[in-house]
Design a protein around this ligand. Structure first.
Ligand code: ADP
Length: 541
């Protein structure tokens, strides 16, 4: 039919071109390994990215090749984020905290051709290098770490190849459905699985996260992605920055309280994004040292449940508004965001916090539903709970080269992705995760939400973290065991009885951990991306 709209490919090179044309004056800030701050502007970022793209071409990188990174968040990592897809190749971000055997598995499974590595991380990579098959070159980025680079074969220097790169702006013609990026799941519940992002999915997701009722990213924003660039494309923030002209502030390797607080304060950050563990550590720091956080309008929290106690503490003590979001590697990641709807303005404070502690409404272009064990749709009544299914243009349709026949069992025939999360959805469309299927605890034939129990324990004064897992129990089938970490001030003085009493107010007596099953530990073991590692705790019980 004539008279229709243009066939305009949604590709990453177009996001890059827009950044150069529209925002050459905007700054990009990075903290390097020696603590110094690197600053330059989108104009320079663009010309360096073009040179890098041409340098990669000269190294023989072809469309479809996998080019990996093993690096912290920085301006160079952002250059690679654009140079690789602009060439039609696939950016594969390697998780620097994976177990060695998982790293080896991933590099070989993805068949990475080149690996960019921060000098400070070269030792970790060099230890596994003999097991990598088919890596042609290692390109070392000098992040100003004091230690010299570890010895790797066929090494090249990032700045050397970049300065030899041509500055001709010539992008290959790329179909929007081609792969631009890939990331493996962090393996919280099993072997890592590869997810491929297309140019189109990255483009649409960048628009999706920028929308006002979503993460609301604009040219006026200064964004601190604490979420690593090796985890789900840093939640798409580098792409959204280029699209909108927002100023990114990359924190490098120091992600503990004080260095993050200093960046927030000095760079006048407006949006910060990370997992709850990071913000919990920052909260402890802010209680000891004063920082001016008046510029910060939104702290995006996702990856694990943001406890209501944390949302309240930030708001009441520091005037910082937490925005709770949910997503997965398979969902690019943004799926839902918990922003209050207009009609909720008149609700009580308690009701509002309850809603904000939920994972929230599906963002535009993402659809959600919950189903029972027979795959029948469940009502959106806020109490029926079942497995959460999602679909949309930035949701994976299969895993990359899944090796087992049932490797793609999570993708239904009628086009939905089974998340493995158990959730409710209320009449306002707000989704709440009650658990991961594998973390549910069945006591006397009834499911207990470990997440709900953890949130209640974490609201107890002096509790820093709590993780609840099931242990086999002759009478109850499974019984919950609560691992509790006290804050530095309360260490050694917290009493299990107080926590037990608090739980009694919310749960039936047979659902509550026995006093001896409320165990105090120094820290909850964490996965590579900072989530509670329940596999480790389960082994202990
Ligand atoms: P992995 O699957 O290896 O943990 P992902 O980052 O893909 O790596 O994890 C996605 C999972 O993280 C989701 O399925 C969900 O269980 C959990 N998750 C993400 N965001 C939230 C949230 N806001 N609240 C609770 N759980 C969350």
């Amino acid at each position: 039919m004539k008279g229709l709209m243009m066939d305009y490919n949604l590709t990453v090179d177009r996001i890059l071109l827009r950044a150069e044309k529209m925002f050459p004056e905007q700054e990009i800030v990075s903290r390097l390994a020696n603590g110094s701050i690197h600053r330059y502007k989108y104009g320079e970022f663009f010309s360096r990215t073009i040179k890098l793209m041409n340098a990669l071409r000269a190294l023989g990188v072809k469309p479809g090749d996998r080019v990996a990174t093993f690096a912290w968040n920085s301006y160079r990592h952002m250059e690679i984020y654009f140079a690789v897809p602009a060439l039609g190749a696939v950016l594969h971000t390697l998780n620097i905290r994976l177990f060695p055997e998982q790293l080896v598995y991933i590099v070989n499974h993805a068949k990475d051709k080149l690996i960019f590595v921060d000098k400070s991380l070269s030792g970790m990579l060099a230890a596994q290098e003999p097991h990598f098959k088919g890596v042609q070159n290692y390109i070392v980025m000098d992040d100003l770490h004091a230690e010299p680079a570890a010895s790797l074969p066929n090494t090249l220097d990032y700045e050397a190849i970049l300065s030899a790169g041509k500055d001709t702006i010539e992008f290959p013609t790329i179909e929007e459905g081609t792969a631009a990026g890939m990331c493996y799941t962090s393996g919280t519940t099993g072997e890592p699985k590869g997810v491929l992002y297309s140019h189109r999915s990255i483009f649409l997701h960048a628009m999706g996260i920028s929308m006002t009722d979503s993460l609301a990213i604009s040219n006026r924003d200064v964004i601190l992605p604490v979420v690593p660039m090796f985890h789900v494309m840093s939640w798409g923030i580098p792409f959204a920055c280029c699209l909108t002209g927002a100023k990114p502030v990359y924190p490098g390797a120091q992600l503990i309280g004080k260095p993050i607080a200093e960046l927030l304060e000095k760079e006048r950050v407006t949006i910060a994004a990370g997992v709850p563990t990071i913000w919990n550590v920052l909260l402890q720091h802010l209680q000891k040292e004063t920082h001016d956080l008046s510029s910060l309008k939104t702290m995006v929290v996702g990856g694990s449940a943001a406890p209501r106690s944390m949302i309240e503490a930030y708001e009441k003590k520091f005037g910082v508004s937490i925005l709770h979001a949910w997503g997965m590697t398979e969902t690019s990641p943004l799926g839902t965001v918990s922003r209050l709807k207009k009609h909720m303005d008149t609700w009580s404070e308690d009701e509002k916090y309850k809603v904000r502690a939920k994972q929230g409404m599906a963002v535009p272009l993402v659809e959600v539903k919950i189903v029972d064990d027979e795959n029948k749709d469940l009502p959106w009544d806020g109490s029926s709970s079942g497995e959460l299914l999602v679909r949309g243009p930035w949701i994976a349709s299969s895993y990359y080269n899944a090796e087992t026949p049932d490797g793609n069992a999570a993708f239904t025939k009628d086009g939905w992705f089974r998340t493995g999360d158990v959730a409710t959805i209320d009449s306002n469309g707000f989704m709440e995760i009650t658990d991961r299927k594998k973390d549910l605890i069945k006591t006397r034939g009834e499911w207990i939400s470990s997440v709900e129990m953890e949130n209640i324990i974490m609201s107890y004064a002096g509790v820093l973290e709590a993780a609840v897992v099931g242990r086999p129990d002759e009478v109850r089938g499974e019984a919950p065991v609560a691992f509790v970490v006290a804050t530095a001030e309360k260490k050694g003085t917290l009493d299990a009885k107080g926590i037990h009493d608090l739980l009694s107010e919310k749960f039936a007596h047979w659902q509550i951990p026995k006093l001896s099953d409320i165990r105090f530990i120094d820290a909850v073991p964490k996965t590579s991306v900072g989530k509670f590692d329940k596999k480790v705790l389960r082994k202990q019980v």
